[in-house]
Write a protein that binds this ligand. Sequence first.
Ligand SMILES: [Zn+2]
Length: 605
Amino acid sequence: MVKSLPRRSEVPAEETWDLNSLFPSDKEFNAALESLQQEVAGFQKQFKGNIQDAASVVEVLTSYLALLEKLVPISTYASLSLSTDQTDDEAQMRSNKFGSVSAKMSSQLSFVTSELLALPEETLKSAMEQSGEFEVYLKELIRRKPHQLHPEVEKTLAAYSSTFSAPYGLYNTTKMVDMAFDDFEVNGQSYPLSYVSFEGDWEAEPDAELRRTAFTAFSNKLKEYQHTTAKTYDMQLQTEKTTSDLRGYDTIFDYLLFNQEVDRSLYNRQIDLIMTELAPHMQKYANLLQKAHGLDKMTFADLKISLDPSYEPEITVEESKKYINEALGIMGDDYLEMVERSYSERWIDFAQNTGKSTGAFCSSPYGNHPYILISWTGRMNEVFVLAHELGHAGHFYNANREQNLFNARPSLYFIEAPSTMNEMLVANHLLQNSDDPKFKRWVISSIVARTYYHNFVTHLLEAAYQRKVYERIDAGQSVNAGVLNSIKRGMLEEFWGDAVEITPGAELTWMRQPHYYMGLYPYTYSAGLTISTQVSKRILNEGQQAVDEWLEVLKAGGTKTPVELAQMAGVDITTEKPLRDTIAYIGELIDELVALTEEIEEVAK
Ligand SMILES: [Zn+2]
């Protein structure tokens, strides 16, 4: 049963993360911010106008890197302390203050890239030879050169950076602060509703009437804010379009994909193949859910139910350790030590409270340990969520240790590979250790209903919708709530066909995702999972050799492109094959679910 959530101040400390390793209190945070501002001013004084030869390039980058390293804990503290309670005024003010100070600092620091790019390419190349540390950074800078603007323009744009990121802040404020959900009623009884409880509980509620009523109440509340949210989103899109034009990109897609180091064929392939080839498998899955639950019809509000709600093992945080350790044990002692520390040193925020960010994420500040935010519901599938976030943690635990700050972070295209990899490891471990058809069905349906659904359906449908939105923006148009609703509904209808009725309210799903403020992020989930599906199969078949290669990929951080990273792990993503294989694998899993369900029903007769 869904309970109303406690306030952040009422949550026991052991369920929260410990931000002490960043800063023990506001006082130290403010002092660090203050002293960094002074250092930035000193740095500007020392180097501005003085970057002339290879030796001074190395010198300025060495100091620049040191400054950026000091910025990391400050920005992390400002954002993490807000993420656990967006209604906390103090945290709001801290984050705003940091935003404006950091915009000022990036403006002061913008001369670095401008002056470096004004140098002859020969000088930059000779700096690379003098210090291999900066090779990746400088190569990236040279790649960026055609899109660099006049130094004064760069400085001005940097000064506006917190204004340019305002839409994302507005989106969150509308969603997390203003939107207050009323209780909803079924048969004279009232039930509490919130963003967190809807996405964490009500969407998967086995009782159809409760679930569908919760969906309607949730959608009605979203609807009240659709115009503000659409306008906020349009502001984001227009800013991106203007930036893309100013910097001379052919299309907004080229601009947004530039940082990802992938071309449009990899992007389009992911969306096109999944929309056409995965859809029939998922429709079959929807039919199976409908049959298993004896539903009169399958609606959009029913898609998140589990195949067998009577079989949903519960699990405490303490109990999750055993599963996580066993499943991830294959990654080796160093990796397991990180997992152990993440529990014992409180790197993880497990609490459920009002105002907390929805979903789960991992933040991996350079020079510190990773932090994980999750809202623990006590259902067994949280083990998959936690393993996922620990995958991000394990990635940067390795990359941050092996690489400098410039080189640690790979393309967004690759980001979700290590995380989804861990979900596959959990599934493989659970399947290998049970012959009970009910448990096996639960595991497979967890991978289908969670891992693949989340990455190949939820986020991919976002990506397909987002592509349509950007096509419109690229053609010089704008969007409003009506347009967004109709594009979203169209995508859902195309994917689900006759198998699922797209209930009124489903078209508002675009309002739920913060991803739209992060460029072309949604499609990368399926891209990452395509790579991890192939690698996890290699681990099953080839064992240690494949694990060792994967660990090397994690350590490589951002020193290679996504194509090269995948290559290191034995997957060639320049062809369609890995994606086609993965879609076929999802199809096999769904067929297995159908077969196991028949087997279980046969026994029950
Ligand atoms: Zn992730």
